[in-house]
Write a protein that binds this ligand. Structure first.
Ligand code: AGP
Length: 371
């Protein structure tokens, strides 16, 4: 009903606008006396110390969250992280041992594909930690440990606040692993946590500036194809932006690793093709930023209309951007929680402008309980 939507035209719009509070709640009370506490953890620290590989299993948006988190956990913990679609993991012959930690990400906790992957991993002796939003659901019940998000119920079929919550919760898991395995010093963890805690305010700033993207979406409501490019955590962000647009606006959309362009996808670029580009921080890792700037130039030179998501103060994008969407400055890894928001808003507004049922897209169910 209208009242449940809190004045927003759809649950999706409402849930997008709840994201600052959702992330604040997910992070709340985790760092006590300089120690990171995960109270739902039931896997022994000695087991976590012996882990030699992490496999993230999930589907759809949850898998995109997993792909973001790989960058953080490998960076902080120096453990190899594989991210695999749960249904692909289940029906091949994956290398899983007692030293494998499986991280199953699922908003609903009822996704059958993910549940089957969890059971398959457990049969081979792996420990499973569920990252989940729905307390008492099947996946966290069957897993060895559960870490919950505190984003509140997600009603819209298109996942938004759960995606941010999944990333935030997995970042906590990564920091916990780094703590028990001694990969980071306590003061490093404290500094990272401080930056994490600064995110809700930055998320709110992005939301407060949503009018620009809403107007863009209305202007582009007749688009038939939209591409999304990014590197590093911007790559799964591009995938997620494309998924949102496909599932609720029924527009053909694809996300690419920007470096992959010249290996094929650049052939798609013709005059007027809209391309979102997610630009990493210019203050971040070595050449990442300049590589993405080159990619913007490449598509622009071939006629693309470039819709650029870049950090405040990054003026290097200006000569190559048809539209610049600003996000506040943060760590390279944490930008994933900000840059996706304009893409969520874009899909939501565009679908609304097309007169579609944003919360109940055709052919889709909120939780996919069959294989
Ligand atoms: C996201 O917008 C989707 N509707 C879908 O990809 C979803 O994320 C996927 O089915 C996994 O669901 P879960 O998180 O409940 O396991």
């Amino acid at each position: 009903t209208a009242a449940q939507k809190g004045g927003y035209p759809s649950f999706m719009a409402k849930e997008i606008h709840e994201q600052a509070g959702a992330i604040a709640d997910t992070l709340l009370g985790r760092l006590v006396d300089g120690k990171l506490h995960l109270d739902e953890k039931a896997i022994d620290d000695s087991v976590l110390r012996s882990v030699d590989k992490i496999v993230v299993v999930a589907c759809g948006t949850a898998a995109n969250a997993g792909a973001v988190v790989k960058y953080a956990i490998e960076h902080w913990c120096r453990i190899p992280v594989e991210v695999e679609l749960a249904h692909e993991f289940r029906y091949r012959d994956p290398v899983v041992t007692e030293k494998t930690l499986v991280v199953a990400i699922s908003q609903s906790g009822e996704t059958m594909d993910t549940l089957m992957a969890v059971r398959h991993a457990q049969e081979q002796g792996a420990k499973v930690i569920a990252i989940c939003n729905t307390r008492g659901s099947t996946i966290p019940r069957e897993a060895d440990a559960a870490l919950y998000l505190y984003v509140g119920p997600e009603i819209a079929v298109a996942s938004t606040k759960a995606y941010l919550g999944q990333i935030a919760a997995c970042y906590l898991l990564g920091l916990y692993l780094a703590q028990v395995r001694g990969n980071l010093f306590p003061d490093e963890i404290a500094q990272i946590m401080e930056d994490l805690h600064a995110l809700p305010e930055k998320i709110q700033q992005v939301l407060d500036a949503s009018a620009q993207v809403e107007d863009l979406a209305k202007d582009m409501k007749d688009a038939t194809s939209v591409l999304f490019l990014g590197r590093h955590v911007g790559y799964p962000t591009a995938m997620e932006g494309a998924l949102k647009l496909k599932e609720i606006a029924y527009i053909h959309a694809e996300g690419f690793a920007a470096g992959e362009l010249k290996h094929g996808p650049i052939a798609l670029i013709e005059e007027g093709q809209p391309v979102f580009v997610i630009v990493p921080s210019p203050r971040g890792r070595d050449v990442l930023h300049s590589k993405v700037i080159s990619n913007i130039q490449e598509v622009r030179a071939r006629g693309a209309r470039t819709l650029v998501i870049a950090e405040e103060g990054d003026d290097e994008v200006l000569p190559y951007a048809d539209v610049v969407i600003r996000i506040p400055q943060t760590r390279t890894l944490f930008a994933a929680l900000l840059t996706v928001i304009p893409l969520q808003i874009f899909a939501c507004e565009l679908a609304t402008a097309k007169g579609l049922d944003v919360d109940q897209p055709r052919n889709l169910a909120k939780s996919v309980t069959v294989e």
